[in-house]
Design a protein around this ligand. Structure first.
Ligand SMILES: Nc1nc2c(ncn2[C@@H]2O[C@H](COP(=O)(O)OP(=O)(O)OP(=O)(O)O)[C@@H](O)[C@H]2O)c(=O)[nH]1
Ligand SMILES: [Mg+2]
Length: 447
């Protein structure tokens, strides 16, 4: 493997700042061996846990603990790496960091170890991104999804798609190279079949990337409706505790109230708002203004309607942003003795915030509308960056398909290549310094 050695040797604490049983310091780079020799008195046996004193310049002990020596390229970064595990106190770690920097290392920037791992081909970009996602994951499902991407499942799917496009390109290029053959390669039905296989792969990958993105970033839902429809009751029922005040006085809620919940690992911010009506009360007017503001930023609105006044919905919907996804919830179904769940035409869902009836159906509908339908094999973690690239790659591919219809093999091959080049940005085969800076600066120090 080509190891791309960086000039500097870097050092950072890998465990969080503050008190802890163990404090870990990592050193990576060409000087790591010399630093080990000076700090430990000798180079430890590679990949063995070696108990050692950590010495100051005058030979006295700064601390003692375990040293691990990973000569490159068989290390996380691909460079020579020394890891020392001492006591987890702020001062003792500082003393060690001072000693190690005096021996020639410099303090690492956030994500610099992972960046070196990427530059040395130890990780691709989706795997590096998955490290942060794993550390930051807010639910078990998100942690498992990050783990899958870290194991390379996402990159594997991208590479498979890429291989399929390559096969197609080889076929098209053969048609260009041998125009006089009897067989007309371009009108071959096998070719069209391949095109549709690639398109299917694109849509499957986009679906799982979108879901992975949702799992990481979550979605914002706004509860809106007339006063007394039961918005605050629904917020309380979904969040599982009495977050907002509920009374039978219309206009109870005036402020925006935000709660975080998760549905099968999908993180959601639910926002309760002031009931929509014209009011002379300045406080309520401000509340209503804020409701509209929240609706403009929402991923989805839950329109809460009192089941006894279903006609309210028409006017309310007319007042909402045109491109906003809306779920119509007919609340208080306990009052009319109606079965909870989806309405016959599927356009609304009956629930009772009071008894909790129909909330399971509402949760399922939310998942479905937000595009969160985890597959049996489990989700991967992904980012908006990936979605943007997938869309660009698909668009180039579809340009290619149009060329095929025009019978132009050369132009189609160009478009296919363009599509592949776009895909390469996901795994980082092609990546700009700006992008790398943006990705790795979001890491923690020491990772
Ligand atoms: N029977 C019944 N009553 C409900 C249900 N949901 C809410 N209510 C009652 O309806 C009244 C209004 O409920 P809230 O949750 O405060 O309604 P809101 O939409 O937040 O009202 P504002 O904050 O004033 O806009 C309260 O008396 C609730 O107990 C329900 O499912 N069934
Ligand atoms: Mg309320």
């Amino acid at each position: 493997m080509a190891v791309n050695l960086q000039q500097d040797t870097i050092v950072a604490r890998a465990t969080p700042a503050g008190r802890g049983g163990v404090g870990i310091i990592r050193i990576s780079g060409t000087a790591a061996g010399d630093i080990a020799a000076a700090l430990l008195g000798r180079l430890p046996k590679p990949r063995y846990a070696t108990y050692s004193r950590f010495r100051d310049a005058d030979g006295t002990s700064l601390d003692s603990g375990i040293a691990l020596w990973f000569p490159g390229p068989h290390s996380f970064t691909g460079e020579d790496v020394l890891e020392i595990q001492g006591h987890g106190g702020a001062v003792v770690i500082d003393l060690l960091l001072e000693r190690i920097t005096a021996l020639g290392a410099r303090l690492a920037e956030p994500g610099e170890f992972s960046k070196r791992a990427f530059l040395n081909d130890k990780l691709d970009l989706t795997q590096a991104e998955a490290i942060v996602d794993l550390i930051d994951s807010g639910s078990r499902v998100a942690a498992r999804a990050a783990q899958r991407s870290l194991q390379g499942e996402f990159s594997h799917a991208v590479m498979q798609l890429n291989d399929r496009i390559t096969e197609l390109r080889v076929h098209v290029e053969a048609a260009i190279d041998f125009p006089d053959e009897d067989i007309d390669f371009l009108s071959d039905s096998g070719l069209l079949e391949r095109v549709s296989v690639v398109e299917k792969a694109f849509s499957e990958l986009t679906r799982s990337a979108r879901e992975g993105c949702l799992l990481r970033e979550g979605a914002t839902l706004v509860l809106a409706g007339k006063p007394n429809a039961g918005k605050s009751s629904l917020l309380n029922a979904l969040s599982g505790y009495s977050a907002a005040i509920v009374t039978d006085v219309p206009g109870t809620t005036r402020d925006v109230i935000k709660e975080h919940i998760d549905i099968d690992g999908l993180p959601l911010s639910i926002i309760d708002t002031a009931g929509l009506r014209t009011s002379a009360d300045v406080v309520e007017q401000e509340g209503v203004r804020r409701t509209h503001e929240q609706l403009r930023q929402a991923d989805l609105a839950i329109l809460v309607i009192d089941v006894n006044n279903p006609e309210e919905a028409v006017e309310l919907i007319a007042d909402m942003p045109a491109d906003l996804q809306i779920i119509k919830v007919l609340n208080k179904c306990d009052l009319i003795n109606r079965q909870p769940g989806l309405s016959e035409d599927g356009s609304a869902i009956y629930v009772s915030a009071l008894t909790g009836a129909g909330l399971g159906d509402l949760r399922s509908l939310l998942k479905q509308r937000l595009g969160y339908l985890p597959s049996e094999s489990g989700s991967i973690t992904a980012r908006r960056r990936h979605l943007v690239i997938l869309a660009a790659a698909l668009s180039a591919f579809q340009d290619g398909r149009a060329r095929l219809a025009e019978g132009s093999g050369e132009l189609m091959a160009d478009d296919l290549l363009r599509s592949q080049n776009a895909l390469a940005e996901i795994t980082g085969e092609f990546s700009s310094d700006d992008l790398l800076g943006e990705i790795f600066s979001n890491f923690c120090i020491g990772k």
